[in-house]
Design a protein around this ligand. Structure first.
Ligand SMILES: CC(C)(COP(=O)(O)OP(=O)(O)OC[C@H]1O[C@@H](n2cnc3c(N)ncnc32)[C@H](O)[C@@H]1OP(=O)(O)O)[C@@H](O)C(=O)NCCC(=O)NCCS
Length: 143
């Protein structure tokens, strides 16, 4: 499982997986805007030309915010999400991050378990954070 950074040519595949995975997906325009920002970095795993998992994060001072992470459904539970998260955190440290933050839906047990396993801890809940009214848990990891 080799990771690499996103290129502009990956955005269509990433947008497709976003649409499969989320009720409020980032579309291609949102992905492109993030991709073009100096503060943003995106990593992915690719197998035989197919993107199987990806993540994206943005720097804000000493903090990195994990903004996106997903594994295409048929490739889940084989370590890809953990690898993408580790690659994001490695790049965040390289860019000077001291902490990483993320938000996760209270109902998303799979992602919460991934984050706990990767050393994140829950900080507090954000009420009605998502467009459908679901609460978020804010999690942090000291890097
Ligand atoms: C969350 C997600 C990225 C995990 O990706 P993945 O490639 O399956 O993750 P991994 O195989 O690296 O799993 C790492 C650990 O996470 C936990 N985990 C992942 N999926 C799980 C599930 N369905 N049930 C319970 N634990 C789970 C486990 O602790 C797992 O370790 P283990 O397999 O040794 O038990 C994936 O389920 C996904 O894309 N979900 C939809 C998008 C999403 O919710 N993204 C997060 C938004 S905040």
């Amino acid at each position: 499982m080799n990771g690499r950074f996103w290129t502009i040519a990956d955005l269509d595949q990433i947008a497709r997986i976003e649409a499969e995975c989320f009720s409020d997906p980032w579309n291609r325009r949102m992905l492109a805007e993030a991709f073009l920002s100096d503060r943003f970095f995106g990593v992915l795993l690719e197998e035989n030309g197919v993107v199987t998992a990806y993540g994206g994060a943005a720097m804000a001072g000493d903090d990195a915010e994990i903004e996106l992470i997903a594994t295409s459904e048929m490739y889940r539970r084989c370590g890809r999400g953990g690898k993408v998260l580790a690659d994001l955190l490695e790049e965040a440290v390289r860019r000077g991050a001291k902490r990483a933050f993320l938000e996760v839906r209270v109902s998303n047990a799979a992602a919460q378990l991934l984050y706990l396993k990767s050393g994140f801890r829950g900080l507090y809940a954000r009420s009605r954070y998502y467009p459908d009214g679901e609460d978020a848990i804010v999690m942090v990891k000291t890097l």
